[in-house]
Every structure is written in structure tokens, then in C-alpha cells.
Design a protein. Structure first.
Length: 232
């Protein structure tokens, strides 16, 4: 989804707009790379399954299997790298975007440059969960002649993602317990953790099941701001 035009930006400041635009490009780039990495990994996984079905036990040469294993290992690392990069920027888009949206909707003073820069960094899981608790759907102008309950659908989608982030926080605690780590011991401590630092490569990805929904929310927020600015 393209970044919406803001020719008439109203109360949206230049620094807020440029930060959101840059984050949008960052997470979209990482998202497309991640999707490509997933496709490569799936293809290599299917190729390995085929070699297993054919069987190679007792054969003098296993170069094909060795090549697949080496490449698949690198593909797996790249998939996680791009996923965590995409998470970082999509989560930042969500938190900064929600803050700006609520500010514009409530006619609050513009964010300072330092506040924008801080909100543009990867948010702790708890901060993202809190941002997803903001009733964004209530701020959006009602659309006439639209089928269905737009506000209700938006609120439900955000609530499901918020629950997913809450589950991710619980998983961070479980991983720490399994590895004997000192922190985090509680959900409150895990809420202060960053996804990129707490999704070890030898575990199932903590972002599993919530990365794609996060993309949807990150894409929605700038359009929500645009609608509020334009009043429609």
C-alpha cells in the first residue's frame, strides 16, 4: 500500500510526516524481502523433502543433499533477519502513527523533534500493546454509504493483534525460563523487551502469527491520519 498524499496536511507537522513516510518505506522494503526469503526457504524445504523421498542412503555421493542443507541454513537465517527488521520498523510505524493520529484527532500540540525520534525507534512489546489499546477506530470520520461496520471491524482487528502481542510477551518469559536467563521473569519485565533481542534463532519465532497483522495496522495508520486531517 502506498503512503497517502498529504498535500493539505493541516495540523500534521513536517517532522511527523517525514518520519512516518521514512518508516513506511523501511518496513515495506523489509516486508518484501521477508516475503521473498520465505518463498526461497519454502522452495528449498520442498527440494529437501524430495531428496528424502528419493532416498540416498548407501549412495557414494551426497553433494546434492549437502548443497541444499548449506543453502537452506543461510536462507533460514536471512528469513529471520528480514522478519525482525520488518517487525522493528512496522512496530515503530504503529506506535508513532497512533501517537500522531491521537494528537491530531484531539488537537494536541505537535510532537517535538526528540519525541518523534524516540517514537521512531523499535518500541518495547509493552509499548506496542499499549498503542494498540488506543481507540483509533473512534477517531476516524464515519463514511457514508459504506457496507458493514468499519469502526467495529477496525477495533476487532486491532484487538486481535493486541492479544497476539500479549501472547508474544508471555513467550518471551517462557524462552527466558527455558534458557535459565535471569531476565525477564515476569510479564511486566518482558513487556519492556524488544522483539529483535528476544527471538533467539534456535527457537520458534516469537513474531509468528502476528507479523502479517502488524503490517496491516502499520499500513492503516497513515491513512487514518490522512482521513482525520481531511475530515473524511
Amino acid at each position: 500500500m502506498r503512503f497517502p498524499p498529504f498535500d493539505d496536511r493541516g495540523t500534521l507537522t513536517t517532522i511527523e510526516l517525514e518520519a512516518l513516510r521514512s518508516l513506511h518505506g523501511a518496513f515495506l522494503t523489509a516486508r518484501y524481502e521477508w516475503q521473498s526469503a520465505v518463498a526461497v526457504w519454502d522452495r528449498l524445504s520442498a527440494a529437501r523433502d524430495l531428496t528424502d523421498l528419493r532416498g540416498s542412503e548407501g549412495l557414494p555421493f551426497r553433494y546434492h543433499e549437502e548443497a541444499l542443507h548449506e543453502i537452506a541454513s543461510d536462507a533460514d537465517d536471512y528469513e529471520r533477519k528480514t522478519a525482525l527488521t520488518a517487525w522493528r520498523y512496522a512496530a515503530s510505524t504503529g506506535v508513532l502513527g497512533v501517537t500522531v493520529l491521537e494528537r491530531v484527532a484531539r488537537a494536541k500540540p505537535p510532537l517535538t523533534a526528540s519525541a518523534v525520534e524516540e517514537l521512531g525507534q523499535e518500541p518495547p512489546l509493552g509499548r506496542l500493546r499499549d498503542a494498540l489499546s488506543v481507540p483509533v477506530a473512534d477517531f476516524l470520520p464515519r463514511r457514508e454509504r459504506r457496507f458493514g461496520d468499519e469502526r467495529g471491524e477496525t477495533a476487532e482487528r486491532w484487538a486481535q493483534l493486541r492479544d497476539g502481542v500479549d501472547t508474544a510477551i508471555e513467550i518471551v518469559v517462557e524462552i527466558a525460563e527455558d534458557e535459565g536467563a535471569v531476565h525477564p521473569k515476569t510479564k511486566e519485565e518482558a513487556a519492556g523487551c524488544l522483539m529483535t533481542e528476544h527471538s533467539p534463532p534456535h527457537t520458534d519465532p516469537v513474531y509468528m502469527g502476528i507479523l502479517e497483522p502488524l503490517f496491516v495496522v502499520a499500513e492503516e495508520v497513515p491513512y487514518g491520519i490522512s482521513r482525520i486531517v481531511k475530515g473524511r
